[in-house]
Write a protein that binds this ligand. Structure first.
Ligand SMILES: Cc1cc2nc3c(=O)[nH]c(=O)nc-3n(C[C@H](O)[C@H](O)[C@H](O)COP(=O)(O)O)c2cc1C
Length: 226
């Protein structure tokens, strides 16, 4: 059985959100091919993650056996996030572009997902690269949407794209290497023209094709292991 973790970061309701539309296409395809897989969901619009603060940082950087009951309590939400990431084989994120980056709601989730001793270790004996991921072997699917266009490498707004680099930089906390990040993006939403209509159709088709490819790969690796 494969476990998928679906994080929705759009502040929009389902009927208006393009990233939620891509998520529906992806999961309908996956569940058609592999109906018995487990899907964990967190919709940050209805179940938000709070920003980290001084108490949270103190709790996270205190060794587990030295934490006070209040510290243990403070980390419960983060523990649940890390448990879900640890359990997942495939992490699917619906990520609208807001002000050229990820939504703040997702940044809060990311900040609570990066935990010393659980998702990364830190050791200065490793010299200039003291952070090492603890998790491994996972796949990240980014289902994105933006109002403008040209954020891809070489595109006219490539230098303004703070969304993809942020996710790529943090992916190691979730056990994802860069080669295992797959991104589907709908563009031109603000233009409402034929380019937008074509981008919606292309995005839906890409989400379906990606789900088919990854679901088939999951089935193939199960039959190799059997
Ligand atoms: C608060 C806000 C900020 C946005 N900032 C950008 C932006 O910087 N660049 C861009 O191309 N589109 C931007 N957009 C457009 C969204 O990326 C676009 O509407 C997208 O479809 C949102 O995803 P959703 O439909 O799943 O909610 C912004 C939209 C909102 C609501």
């Amino acid at each position: 059985m494969t476990t998928l973790l679906h994080i929705e970061a759009s502040a929009q309701r389902a009927e208006r959100s393009l990233t939620r539309l891509l998520g529906r296409e992806f999961f309908a395809t996956w569940q058609h091919l592999r109906p018995h897989d487990r899907v964990l969901r967190r919709d940050l619009a209805v179940d938000p993650v709070e920003p980290i603060d001084a108490e949270w940082i103190a709790a996270a950087f205190t060794p587990p056996d030295a934490r006070t009951p209040a510290m243990v309590d403070r980390l419960r939400g983060s523990d649940a996030i890390v448990d879900a990431v640890s359990a997942a084989d495939v992490i699917v994120m619906g990520v609208p572009m807001y002000n050229y980056g990820i939504p703040g709601a997702l940044k809060c989730w990311i900040d609570q997902s990066a935990r010393i001793g659980r998702t990364f270790s830190f050791d200065l004996a490793r010299g200039d690269v003291p952070i090492e991921p603890i998790l491994s072997g996972k796949t990240l699917v980014v289902l994105s949407a933006c109002g403008e266009f040209g954020f891809e490498p070489g595109g006219m707004r490539a230098a303004m794209n703070a969304l993809d680099p942020q996710l790529a930089a943090c992916a190691h906390y979730w056990g994802v290497t860069r080669e295992r990040i797959h991104t589907v993006r709908i563009e031109y939403q603000e233009f409402k023209d034929a380019r937008f209509a074509a981008s919606v159709e292309a995005g839906k088709a890409a989400a379906v094709a990606l789900a088919e490819r990854l679901a088939r790969a999951a089935s193939a690796s199960m039959s190799r292991a059997a």
